[in-house]
Design a binder for this molecule. Structure first.
Ligand code: PRX
Length: 658
């Protein structure tokens, strides 16, 4: 790895000790770390005792066939029972599970655990009636409404793995996921509210179903929640209203206990190739990993805390830290449908004030946006209920950390900077709020029970003060089990670089104290607003446009989104200069193929791309252009004049804009 990638560690001398009162009453103390180091499996077995099981396990971890781990072998468990029924049975049925807040003002609804249980049972009965059986896959393409959580838990109850597709993704993206995991039912809504307007979902489902059919497969049923009241096309043989099917179903449902390793869900994420990977999570270990970390990292006191994770349910954070972790812990939480700035820029802070949110978990990109908008916006609201703040998705820059701490956390709330991935399922590296003195910008140390390290090219642990690659040396309960339908790709992607080590794809550095600083991806994966996008996927989308001959995509540093998508495109000769709207046309095309999140910030039409003699595109040089830097070493280019041509194009494009 080039040294320049690793030597960017800032000198950061600030330390924030845990507040004394929090430390004194913390769920986890330094003693847990010692216990976990002495007996990792015993530690996770103890964490498993926090859940309700049917059959007990024979073995905590079966690692006899690496990299295919099995956790809590022989045990049986039902995730939905752990997330709802057991709280009701323990007499907490009247406790609020979800303070749901719709985007339109005054559109809000509270659901208690008892109500949630009834809804989940009704939905499980309705799905059974629609033909869903244990092992069948169900795709969920929904806005942030309570029915989405109900749908996920109903699938879990039946043992029908769900695949939630982010509502911002296109019909194509939905169709490819439905085809890959062979989902037979899609659950959706007519639409949801975003930025003050209804935003349709059902037309994309209709389009996706047609695409799935053209590939010889069939979506048998589409279950539709009426949320916005928009007009929808209706296929009587396929489409069913949620209020008819679920509304009319019985609230009695006897759950089956599933094997601990029964598939819980598949979540698609971008890799270095164009084809998204279906990350498979199973039941027992996942629930142990997410519920324990949620309780430990956020120091959750379920009786008094009001927790809010702002992630969309379409991403892994929504799965682990809005649905499974918090609900297994019996938390009371806020769920918000819309955008942070609708109908006004203080909407999030207004919600915190109204519900007395105590624990708040969001992404650095959101924090940077608020910083830009000004301190006066959160200052108008009473945020004194906040006692703990969390960050996820990318490294939090020290400036953003300090702003978050001061303006949202009243200069006293600890910040937990949580490192993890879709694949890891649970947080692996984070401060423990009652134990760790936080440093702005560092994710600090592996959690108890987790063996993470930073290694060099030869897999040797690097000394403090040095950089390298972040790896995991031992299995952990919520780890991915494989890539859906592709064990070989699972081995190749994560386990092939070094024998016996899971390679996360991130560069990292240990500082002089041994604390870990994440330095970003070392592969062709971008991180835009905390979401993973692959350069290849966007290049493929661009090349699928009839005017495009070749495309290269890089992630360039961006003040708000962390990285932004920048594309360099060569047009086909037949396309001439592409027409005056070519850039907008291509941006729209990418949004249609993948989703608005993948829209390039910038597209440059270029005559050539910089390639090595073996034909590999030198993205490093394009990144220099996209980040307005002096272009680096070009000696390995097949044609060293190419970069001059690109630079010339760039300056003439800039002149036009002016
Ligand atoms: O590069 C790391 C970055 O996000 C990647 C995982 O992305 P995804 O699977 O989409 O999951 C995002 C939410 C867990 C990682 O490989 N990342 C995530 N959290 C952090 C981070 N980088 C630095 N610091 C973090 N706290």
């Amino acid at each position: 790895m080039a040294d320049e990638t690793l030597s960017n560690l800032l000198q950061e001398n600030r330390r924030f000790e845990p507040p004394a009162a929090l430390a004194a009453a913390a769920n986890v103390t330094a003693e847990a770390c010692e216990r976990a180091t002495a007996d990792r499996e015993g530690f996770w077995a103890e964490a498993a005792e926090r859940l309700d099981w049917g059959q007990r396990w024979d073995q905590v971890l079966d690692w006899s066939n690496p990299p295919f781990a099995k956790w809590f072998t022989g045990a049986t468990i039902n995730a939905s029972v752990n997330c709802v029924d057991r709280h009701v049975e323990a007499g907490r049925g009247d406790k609020v599970a979800l303070h749901w807040v719709g985007e339109p003002a005054d559109d809000a609804r509270d659901l208690t655990y008892a109500q949630l249980k009834d809804e989940v049972c009704r939905a499980a009965n309705a799905l059974t009636e629609l033909g869903v059986r244990k092992g069948d896959r169900v795709a969920i393409y929904m806005p942030m409404i309570p029915e989405t959580v109900v749908a996920m838990l109903a699938c879990a109850r039946l043992g029908a793995p769900h695949t939630v597709v982010f509502g911002g993704f296109s019909a194509d993206a939905l169709a490819s996921r439905v085809v890959d995991c062979e989902a037979k039912v899609v659950i959706t809504a007519d639409g949801g509210y975003r930025r003050g307007n209804p935003s349709a979902l059902k037309p994309a489902v209709d389009e996706a179903c047609a695409k799935v059919a053209s590939q010889g497969r069939e979506v048998e049923k589409v279950l539709v929640v009426r949320r916005t009241g928009q007009d929808v096309e209706w296929d009587d043989s396929r489409d069913v209203w949620w209020h008819d099917a679920v509304g009319g179903a019985s609230a009695d449902h006897t759950p089956e206990l599933h094997d601990s390793e029964h598939p819980l869900y598949v979540m698609y994420t971008s890799g270095t190739t164009g084809k998204p990977k279906g990350i498979l999570h199973t039941t027992g270990g996942y629930l142990v990993g997410t519920s324990w970390t949620h309780w430990a990292v956020f120091d959750l006191k379920p009786e008094t805390d009001v927790y809010w994770c702002t992630a969309d349910v379409g991403w892994v954070t929504g799965h682990s830290y809005m649905v499974y972790g918090p609900l297994a812990n019996g938390a009371t939480q806020v769920m918000y449908e819309g955008t942070p700035d609708s109908p006004h820029k203080g909407r999030w802070w207004e919600i915190i004030e109204k519900y007395g949110v105590t624990i708040f978990y969001t992404a650095p990109t959101a924090i940077r946006t608020f910083m830009k908008q000004g301190d006066d916006i959160p200052a108008k609201f009473d945020l004194s209920s906040i006692r703990l703040l969390g960050s996820v998705g990318e490294s939090i820059n020290p400036e953003a950390y300090m702003w978050y701490r001061e303006h949202i956390g009243a200069s006293s709330a600890p910040i937990v900077d949580t490192w993890w991935q879709t694949e890891t399922g649970q947080i692996l590296i984070s401060p423990l709020p009652g134990v760790t003195a936080g440093k702005p910008g560092s994710a600090m140390t592996p959690l108890p029970g987790i063996a993470a390290d930073v290694v060099d090219d030869e897999a040797r642990s690097v000394p403090n003060g040095s950089g390298g690659y972040l790896v995991l040396k031992e299995p952990w309960p919520a780890m991915l089990r494989t890539i859906w339908g592709d064990d070989q790709r699972f081995k190749d992607t994560y386990w092939s670089r070094w024998e016996g080590l899971y390679f996360a794809g991130d560069g990292a550095k240990k500082d002089d104290d041994g604390d870990i600083w994440l330095l970003g991806r070392v592969d062709d994966v971008m991180n835009v607003s905390g979401h993973r996008l692959s350069t290849t996927e966007i290049e493929s989308a661009l090349v699928s446009h009839p005017k495009v001959a070749e495309a290269a995509v890089v992630g360039a540093a961006d003040e708000t989104t962390g990285q932004a998508v920048c594309a360099f495109v060569i047009l086909r000769d037949s396309a001439g200069d592409g027409g005056s709207d070519i850039v907008e046309e291509l941006r729209k095309h990418v949004a249609h193929e993948i989703g608005a999140i993948a829209k390039p910030r910038q597209i440059m039409i270029v005559p050539e791309l910089p390639k090595t003699r073996s034909g590999k595109i030198m993205r490093r040089l394009l990144k220099d252009v996209a980040e307005n830097r002096e272009v680096g070493d070009v000696t390995t280019l097949a044609d060293s004049t190419v970069m001059d041509l690109i630079k010339q194009r760039e300056s003439s494009a800039a002149a036009k804009e002016e």
